[in-house]
Design a protein around this ligand. Structure first.
Ligand code: HEM
Length: 398
């Protein structure tokens, strides 16, 4: 990647001293009786973080746009975002207390970069996962804590596996539902979703609850860039998950609550992902294609094969959504949040709204993906049951 000497110096700082400062501060906070409070102690380290970060940023701002290409600019935006997120985590900035970010140079640079790249002016999940360049086997992180490494290792793998499933589903589009290659693509999608499932299981077992909750999650909070507050990053900020929802037909682009979620996340995704998702929003789903073919073709061998494979993919998509909500969110966010004093409980999510608002929304998404029997949301329960009923007894038993 092309980097100017100033961008390289900032990147070196993010990978070395920045990580060391955050790690030391986390160890300090974690040893206090009130782990959610930023104590007086550690002020010198926080000062160093702020001053050194500011020096790098102001040199970069003075340097101006050197047009080193998309990759370099996007990477720099990620480094800036990590610095701004760490300032937020250590209470050096707080969107509730301010009307504009006190990090003025960082804001100016982030706004310039974000607007010119067509993305949000803060770090996004891809900066920490799929677009996080490793050096000597180590990618950029906030701290050296094992819990953070485990969390991002598995987020990255989960995202990559979802993208593989989405790729396989997208490839069915030009072929039509009865094409003999479609079962093969559906098997690919199922294998990828099975990888998501196994990754979720491993993450559930390996991640330390307290370390994640007190020392990793706080770097994912919303922060202000210039005047506006931008919500935190979450592992869902890539197109693949929604491509799967839409192409399977379990979620619909004409459902206002679901589309709102898409509209709100566009700028948190890479431009290439934005394009893919827009394209998917216009397509007919596999579920609709099968329902349309059913009256004439239900007895045809192709219909039986494709429907069986399609239902297997839907079941796996529902299962991974269940793991996310019922296991990961519950064990690592919902339960530990109950230990916080009431006034702190609104402050634990990446998007900003309190858990009492966020959780029912995530639950509705889970239920759409599981085609659950609910009539207050546009669940495809009836259509999935109808397809299941059309399967010949042999396929149903399998
Ligand atoms: C300890 C592990 C995890 C926890 C505690 C967790 C928690 C959360 C929370 C709280 C949200 C809502 C974001 C907000 O608005 O605040 C979210 C969103 C999301 N997360 Fe995770 N997550 C975890 C791991 C993963 C993994 C491994 C994946 C796989 C790629 C993933 C995929 C998603 C997706 C796709 C969304 C967007 C909402 C959706 O479409 O379901 N998460 N997560």
């Amino acid at each position: 990647m092309n980097m100017t000497p100033n961008a390289r110096a900032f990147d070196d700082w993010i990978r070395e001293r920045f990580v060391a400062i955050n790690t030391e501060l986390e160890e300090l906070y974690f040893s206090q009786p009130d782990r959610h409070v930023v104590p007086e102690a550690g002020a010198a380290l926080r000062r160093e973080l702020l001053d050194s970060g500011h020096q790098h940023v102001s040199r970069l701002l003075a340097e101006g746009n050197t047009d080193e290409g998309f990759e370099a600019a996007f990477d720099l935006l990620g480094n800036l975002g990590m610095f701004m997120a760490a300032c937020r985590r250590h209470g050096l900035t707080d969107p509730a207390r301010e009307t504009r970010s006190p990090l003025q140079d960082a804001s100016a640079l982030a706004l310039h970069l974000g607007a010119s790249l067509g993305v949000t002016p803060r770090f996004a999940t891809s900066h920490l996962t799929t677009h996080n360049p490793a050096r000597d086997g180590v990618y950029k992180r906030f701290t050296r804590l094992e819990a953070e490494r485990i969390f991002f290792d598995y987020n990255t793998r989960g995202i990559l596996a979802y993208k593989r499933a989405a790729d396989a589903l997208v490839r069915t589009l030009p072929m039509g539902i009865s094409h003999p290659a479609v079962p093969y693509l559906l098997d690919d999608a199922a294998a990828a979703l099975d990888d998501v499932r196994r990754g979720n299981e491993a993450l559930f077992a390996a991640l330390d609850i307290e370390r994640f909750f007190y020392c990793v999650r706080p770097y994912l909070k919303p922060y202000r860039v210039g005047l506006h507050v931008y919500r935190g990053a979450n592992a869902g900020d890539f197109a693949g998950i929604n491509e799967i929802d839409l192409l399977l037909g379990l979620c619909r682009a004409d459902h206002a609550e679901y589309s709102q979620l898409l509209v709100d996340k566009f700028l948190y995704m890479l431009p290439e992902d934005q394009q893919r998702l827009r394209d998917c929003m216009r397509r007919r789903s596999l579920l609709d294609a099968l329902m349309e073919a059913a009256p004439e073709s239900a007895d045809q061998p192709w219909f039986q094969t494709v429907t069986e494979r399609f239902l297997a993919v839907c079941a796996l998509h529902g299962e991974t959504a269940g793991q996310h909500h019922d296991q990961l969110v519950r064990r690592f966010i919902e339960l530990p949040a109950r230990a916080l004093p009431e006034e702190e409980q609104g402050d634990v999510t990446a998007s900003g709204p309190p858990l009492s608002v966020l959780l029912p929304g995530l639950e509705r998404l889970r239920d759409l993906r599981q085609a659950a029997p609910r009539d207050d949301i546009p669940s495809r329960h009836a259509e999935i049951a109808r397809l299941r009923a059309l399967l010949a007894p042999r396929a149903q038993a399998g």
